[in-house]
Write a protein that binds this ligand. Structure first.
Ligand code: AHR
Length: 326
């Protein structure tokens, strides 16, 4: 029986390696004696934010204290479920993951619970019937980020007559940041009749899709777009290219507000092409590592751990750029 389980674990490890993308692969080489084994399933490598997040997680969950098994899901929930099952079969001490979408996790999380493996969520939330299926979630308040983007827009539109026509580039369909940012943004602009969201579509958090969807918005709406709200900076940067190719001035003809606060956004603000970015901090590694230590030691942890964040505008971009860590 033990042999059979060993073979199953090896097979699962092979599946896990196959799931790993450019950033993937197991970091098992130099783990010390008694290291905490952590299976980490990352969303993918869809944005500048995600690259910084992966770097932060890898640095914080490093050997010799940790034995990190890292898997890149390439933005697919089925890959994450496979990776989680592989971690369970390997008998890791703790599972951590950033869920691509909110729903569909109950079964696999029940399997982790039955195996006695605590689960730490990082960055994105899940929607499960039983909250005890995970120990804690460390990440941003995405609803508040949406509200902050909208508040910036309301302030920037002071004294302007309506209608103010907005197009929205949403994140990955069904993901917590897409659902919550949309909710927070709408909550604020719905209180002011001048604002109208005239088009809304997912750009999957990538530059390439952001550009494509913006091209489609421009084809459909022509010059009747006043504002772009992008759920992340990468899609905004892709859209900036589409706007320029359409012969318009991003940041002037179309005002743009997005979320993340990555270096690329600060460069775009400095160039006058992006108006504001709402910070979403990807450097969660150290907080995640502490939570992993705590749950592994059986210490009580808060169910929700928040991250402090701000809002930046064009006039702050040049001074702030050298301080940006991602
Ligand atoms: O979950 C965080 C979001 O995911 C970031 O805003 C985005 O850039 C990333 O892809």
């Amino acid at each position: 029986m033990r042999n059979l389980m060993g073979v199953a674990a090896l097979l699962c490890a092979a599946v896990l390696t196959a799931c790993s993308g450019g950033d993937g692969g197991a970091d098992t080489a130099a783990a010390g004696e008694g290291a905490i084994t952590v299976g980490f399933s990352q969303v993918g490598a869809e944005s500048e934010w995600r690259t910084a997040n992966t770097r932060s997680v890898r640095e914080a969950l490093a050997a010799p204290e940790f034995d990190l098994r890292f898997s890149d899901a390439q933005q697919k929930q089925e890959n994450q479920i496979k990776a989680l099952r592989s971690f369970i079969a390997q008998g890791v001490d703790v599972i951590a993951f950033s869920p691509v979408v909110e729903t569909g996790w109950d079964t696999v999380l029940r399997e982790a619970k039955a195996a006695g493996i605590p689960v730490v969520l990082t960055d994105r939330a899940v929607n499960v019937s039983d909250e005890s299926l995970y120990a804690t979630l460390v990440g941003s308040d995405f609803v508040e980020e949406g509200r902050r983007a909208a508040r910036w827009l309301v302030e920037d539109s002071e004294g302007e007559a309506g209608p103010i026509r907005i197009v929205e580039l949403q994140g990955t369909v069904g993901s917590a940041p897409a659902n919550d940012r949309m909710r927070g943004f709408k909550e604020v602009i719905d209180a002011d009749a001048r604002f109208q969201i005239v088009r809304s579509q997912s750009g999957d958090f990538t530059r390439a899709r952001g550009k494509e969807v913006m091209e489609a918005f421009l084809r459909a709406e022509g010059r009747n777009i006043d504002v772009l709200f992008a759920h992340n900076d990468d899609m905004a940067i892709g859209a900036i290219q589409a706007i320029e190719e359409a012969g318009l001035k991003p940041g002037t003809d179309i005002r743009i507000v997005s979320i993340d606060g990555v270096r690329g956004a600060f460069e775009a603000m400095k160039a006058g092409k992006l108006n504001a970015t709402v910070e979403c901090n990807p450097l969660l590694g150290p907080q995640l590592a502490q939570l992993v230590r705590d749950v592994h030691a059986g210490r009580e942890v808060p169910k929700r751990v928040m991250v402090e964040e701000g809002v930046f505008t064009q006039d702050q971009a040049e001074a702030e750029l050298p301080n940006r860590k991602y």
